[in-house]
Design a protein around this ligand. Structure first.
Ligand code: AMP
Ligand code: ZN
Length: 465
């Protein structure tokens, strides 16, 4: 397996700490809102990475955290608390918000055929581990208490910028954006390990600690959770490119200071999905979610194919025109790939040769676009259906595009969509004519058929109950 490593900035042969085994950690979602399809691009490509390891015969243990505490609106330690903001916005408790959006995240993942990691650990489950790690860092003189918070002292490290790509200029921009500079910090890059109640008076979740009632910083959770499940030596750590600084830089700083040796060998970063105006965000423009794509009639797996057709290390621009084109391609592809009968004798030579071709593409820094080309080559190949079916099933262990699953169900979906949309249009007319009784009757009729409709700023949305 060849992989680009952000730590060394080159493609390298992947060599795990223990032969045949991979320990893999993924920075999980901050569950204050729905994931947008940009976030999901990262999880989708990490899913491909995990599945490629498994395809190549590795035994993988993958861990992911759920950030349900500690992540502020800025990745530096400033701004407001994302979870608290979410709770206020929806008049719910922080734990209700966390539960709702954690479930929504996994429901999106399921629709995109993203496998659930072997271990999923909410940060609020691991407060004792965070406290222990911070205590050790203080003992080792890598951390200090100031103004009731505990900070990591970056001046104690010989190399802080392990990923090497942060210029002083960029950092100064970060500092200028900070509304209130934290005067407790000894060095401008020092970061908070533990906040006390001094930060937000209305902080909902607080725990007793040796430094007072408070809550952990964001970075400490990934270090402590990964070590809890994967030990002090980790093979590969993943995230989106925006995680490189400060999050992953800080994780390396505190983890290696804590364990006293190198911690993680490979760093895998997925580039961003952008919209025409730039980086996708949850606050600006149309909030692109899997639900929204479904409401617009797209199969979520068409979005999976959209991601697979480009390389994870390149920024990807989202547009509906592009998605339309991929959706049409996906439909044609799947109609074809699901048409091969499984019965019959598999041609072993063809099977092996294609399996090797496929393994070479995904094993070469996840060249998923080329892997899809291998699928098209196979369709054209002069071999029997059973061999094609067996190979497509095999490739789908990585691609997860449901290649061999028949498409009839989708046609039924199309019919349902046409019916619901017809009813929604009828209801709109009724409302326009101020015939609210009819509008309500249509809503109830849909409800009886298990369809919930919702009036939103972006128009009427519907879902199955
Ligand atoms: P968050 O829920 O904000 O903690 O982000 C979840 C994951 O999505 C992180 O790994 C981010 O690096 C990643 N991410 C954020 N924005 C994008 C984007 N536009 N495209 C791809 N990945 C993203
Ligand atoms: Zn993380």
């Amino acid at each position: 397996m060849i992989l680009y490593n952000t730590l060394t900035k080159r493609k390298e042969e992947f060599v795990p700490n223990v032969e045949g085994k991979v320990s893999m950690y993924t920075c999980g979602p901050t569950v204050y809102h729905f994931a947008h399809i940009g976030n999901l691009r990262s999880y989708l490509m990490e899913d491909v990475l995990e599945k490629t390891f498994r395809y190549l015969g590795y035994d993988v243990k993958r861990v992911m955290n759920i950030t349900d505490v500690g992540h502020l609106t800025s990745d530096a330690d400033s701004g407001e608390d994302k979870m608290l903001n979410g709770a206020k916005r929806e008049h719910k408790t922080v734990m209700e918000i966390a539960k709702f959006y954690t479930d929504a995240f996994f429901s999106d993942c399921k629709k995109l055929n993203i496998k659930r990691p072997d271990v999923v650990e909410p940060a609020t489950n691991c407060i004792a581990e965070f406290i222990h790690m911070i205590e050790v860092l203080i003992e080792k003189d890598y951390a200090y208490v100031a103004g009731d918070n505990v900070y990591f002292d970056t001046s104690k490290l010989s190399t802080y910028y392990v990923f090497g790509n942060q210029s002083e200029d960029e950092l100064l921009v970060g500092v200028r954006e900070d509304v209130a500079e934290d005067t407790n910090k000894r060095n401008k890059n020092d970061f908070v390990l533990w906040f006390t109640q001094s930060k937000f008076e209305d902080q909902a979740l607080k725990w007793e600690s040796p430094w007072g009632l408070g809550y952990p910083g964001w970075h400490i959770e990934c270090s402590a959770i990964s070590m809890k499940h994967l030990g002090e030596y980790m093979d590969i750590h993943c995230g989106g490119v925006d995680n490189i600084f400060p999050h992953h830089t800080n994780e390396v700083a505190q983890s290696e200071s804590y364990v006293g040796h190198k911690w993680c060998n490979y760093w895998f970063h997925v580039h961003h999905l952008n919209d025409k105006s730039g980086k996708m965000s949850k606050s600006k423009g149309e909030f692109l979610t899997v639900d929204l794509l479904e409401q617009k009639g797209y199969d979520p797996l068409a979005y999976r194919m959209f991601c697979l057709q480009s390389h994870y290390r390149k920024p990807l621009e989202f547009s509906y025109e592009q998605l339309d084109s991929v959706a049409a391609t996906y439909k044609k592809l799947r109609t074809k790939t699901s048409s091969y009968a499984a019965e019959g004798t598999v041609d072993k030579a063809v099977f092996e040769s294609y399996r090797n071709k496929f393994a070479d593409t995904v094993g070469n820094d996840l060249n998923t676009a080329m892997a899809i080309t291998v699928v098209y080559d196979l369709i054209k190949e002069d071999t029997n259906d059973a061999t094609k079916h067996a190979l497509l099933e095999d490739f789908d262990r990585v691609l997860s595009l449901n290649l061999t699953i028949p498409y009839e169900a989708e046609e039924a979906d199309d019919e349902l969509t046409a019916y619901v949309e017809g009813k929604i249009a009828e209801r709109k007319e009724a409302k326009k004519a101020k015939d609210f009784a009819k509008a309500d009757a249509i809503r109830n009729e849909l409800l009886e058929k298990g369809i919930i409709i919702e009036d939103t700023r972006e128009g009427v949305k519907w879902k199955r109950s």
